[in-house]
Design a protein around this ligand. Structure first.
Ligand code: PRP
Ligand code: URA
Length: 211
C-alpha cells in the first residue's frame, strides 16, 4: 500500500522505547514515562523544518547573529484521553506552544468516534497545529479531529502518533491529503475489534490504569 503522507520516525532511541512500551509487562507508571519520552523525541524530528530567522545576540565576548525559530504560533492538540500522555513530552521542546483539546471516544461496536469536547485557542488561521494521539487505528478519530480543526479555520496541521495501522494512514490520505502523518511505527493492521496488531493494546487504559 502506497502511503505518501506517512513519515516514519525510526531513530534508535524511539524504537528502543517503543519496544518497552509495547511490552505487556510494562507498568502504568513506566508506560506514562515512555509515552512522554517518545513524544519528546518525535517532537525533535517533527520540528526540523520549522523556519528560523537571524537574531542578534550578545555573548560575553561579542555580538553575533544567531538563529531562532520564527514567530510561529505552535499549537498542540491532544485527542482525549490517550493524546494527553504525549503533551508534556512535546511541550518539553516547545514550552510556549498553546494547547487545545479535542475529546473523542470510539464506539466499541461501530468503531466510529463521537466528539464530546473541543476547546481550541483563537487565531486558528495563523497557527501550526500538531494533533497528538498515540494510536492511529481505523483513522476515524484522527480524521474527525482534523475535520474539527479545519472547521475552526486551521490550515496547517500535522498528526503525530506512536503506532499507526496502514488502514488509518490511508483513511487520512483519502480524507485530508494535506495532513502529514508522523509515526514511530507502521504495524501490520487491525484485528476484528479494530485494535492495531501487534500494537500495544489500549493506550488510554494503559496510560491511566483503567480496565
Ligand atoms: C483510542 C486512541 C485513538 C482512537 C484510535 O481512543 O487513543 O483516539 O482510539 O482509533 P481509530 O483510529 O479507530 O479512531 P479511544 O476512543 O479508545 O479513547 P481513550 O483515549 O479515551 O481511551
Ligand atoms: N485504540 C487503542 O488504544 N489501541 C488500538 O490498538 C486501537 C485503538
Amino acid at each position: 500500500m502506497s502511503l505518501p503522507n506517512l513519515t516514519l520516525l525510526d531513530h534508535p532511541l524511539i524504537q528502543h522505547k517503543l519496544t518497552l512500551l509495547r511490552d505487556k509487562a510494562t507498568s502504568t507508571r513506566d508506560f506514562k514515562l515512555l509515552t512522554a519520552e517518545i513524544a519528546t523525541l518525535m517532537a525533535y524530528e517533527v520540528t526540523k523544518d520549522l523556519p528560523t530567522e537571524s537574531v542578534r545576540v550578545e555573548t560575553p565576548l561579542e555580538a553575533m547573529q544567531g538563529r531562532m525559530i520564527s514567530d510561529k504560533k505552535l499549537t498542540l492538540v491532544p485527542i482525549l484521553r490517550a493524546g494527553l500522555g504525549m503533551v508534556d513530552g512535546v511541550a518539553q521542546l516547545l514550552p510556549t506552544a498553546r494547547v487545545g483539546h479535542i475529546g473523542l471516544s470510539r464506539d466499541e461496536e461501530s468503531l466510529e468516534p463521537s466528539k464530546y469536547y473541543a476547546k481550541l485557542p483563537h487565531g486558528e488561521h495563523d497557527r501550526d497545529f500538531f494533533i497528538l494521539d498515540p494510536m492511529l487505528a481505523t483513522g476515524g478519530s484522527a480524521v474527525a479531529a482534523v475535520t474539527t480543526l479545519k472547521s475552526a479555520g486551521a490550515r496547517r496541521i500535522r498528526f503525530l502518533c506512536i503506532v499507526a495501522a496502514p488502514e488509518g494512514v490511508r483513511r487520512m490520505l483519502d480524507g485530508h491529503p494535506d495532513v502529514r502523518v508522523y509515526a514511530a511505527a507502521l504495524d501490520r493492521g487491525l484485528n476484528e475489534h479494530g485494535y492495531i496488531v501487534p500494537g500495544l493494546g489500549d493506550a488510554g487504559d494503559r496510560l491511566y490504569g483503567t480496565r
